[in-house]
Design a protein around this ligand. Structure first.
Ligand SMILES: Cc1cc2nc3c(=O)[nH]c(=O)nc-3n(C[C@H](O)[C@H](O)[C@H](O)COP(=O)(O)O)c2cc1C
Length: 195
C-alpha cells in the first residue's frame, strides 16, 4: 500500500476564523501531505450542521450537510481532529457533529459505519497552560465508544497565542512532535491495510 493511497480527513472543533486549533490542524495536514497521504478537511464553520433533533431527522431524514460529511468519513482511512477545550471538555459543536455522523442513513447502512475501521490522531491548542488535556481525554473516550482506534500520546499545545508565529507556524521542536504523530498515524494505517 503506497502512502499516497492513504486518505486522511481533518476536522477542527473550533468555528473561530483565527482558531489556534485550525492552525494546528493545517500544520498537521501539511505534514501528512509531505508524508505522501491524500488529505481533505471538514470545516464546521463553512458547512454548518443543525443541532441534532430526532423530530427533524424523522421529518426530513439526514440533512444534506451531514450526508456530505458522512461520505468524507466513509472515504477516509485516518482522522486528524484538533479540539479546543471548553470548560474541561470538547466543544458542543464537535459533539453535535459526531452525534449526527453516528446516525444510520438507511436500514442497510451498518451501525456506526462512519467510524468503522478508523484511526484518529488527536490534538488540542489552548491559550492557557492546560494544553486541552481534559478535552483530549473526553474526546478519546467518545471516539473509542464510537469504535475509532485513537493513537496514544495526543499532541497538546500550551500557550498557543505565544507558540504560533504570525505566519501560523510553530517552533522546530513542536513541528517535529507533529511530524511524529503524522508518521505514527500513517504507519498504523499502513499496517492495518496490509492485514
Ligand atoms: C467557553 C470557553 C471555555 C473555555 N474553557 C477552557 C478550558 O476549560 N481550558 C482551557 O485550557 N481553555 C479554555 N478556554 C480557552 C480556549 O482554550 C481558547 O479560547 C482557545 O483559543 C480556543 O481554541 P481556538 O483558538 O481553536 O478557537 C475556554 C474558552 C471558551 C470560549
Amino acid at each position: 500500500m503506497a502512502k499516497k493511497d492513504l486518505k486522511i480527513l481533518g476536522l477542527s472543533g473550533s468555528l473561530r476564523e483565527g482558531s489556534f486549533n485550525k492552525k494546528l490542524l493545517a500544520l498537521v495536514l501539511r505534514s501528512a501531505e509531505r508524508h505522501g497521504a491524500l488529505v481533505s478537511e471538514i470545516d464546521l464553520n463553512k458547512t454548518p450542521l443543525p443541532f441534532y433533533d430526532a423530530d427533524l431527522e424523522a421529518r426530513e431524514g439526514i440533512p444534506s450537510n451531514v450526508q456530505a460529511f458522512k461520505k468524507k468519513f466513509l472515504d477516509a482511512d485516518g482522522l486528524m481532529i484538533a479540539t479546543p477545550e471548553y470548560n474541561g471538555f470538547f466543544p458542543g459543536v464537535l459533539k453535535n457533529c459526531l452525534d449526527w455522523l453516528s446516525r444510520r442513513s438507511s436500514i442497510e447502512d451498518p451501525i456506526l459505519s462512519s467510524y468503522s475501521g478508523k484511526v484518529a490522531g488527536l490534538m488540542s491548542a489552548t491559550v492557557g497552560g492546560s494544553g486541552g488535556i481534559r478535552s483530549l481525554t473526553a474526546l478519546t473516550t467518545q471516539l473509542q465508544y464510537l469504535g475509532v482506534m485513537v493513537l496514544p500520546r495526543p499532541f497538546s499545545l500550551v500557550h498557543a497565542a505565544k507558540a504560533f508565529s504570525d505566519g501560523g507556524t510553530l517552533s522546530p521542536e513542536y513541528l517535529s512532535s507533529i511530524d511524529e504523530m503524522t508518521s505514527s498515524l500513517i504507519d498504523t494505517l499502513q499496517k492495518l491495510k496490509q492485514d
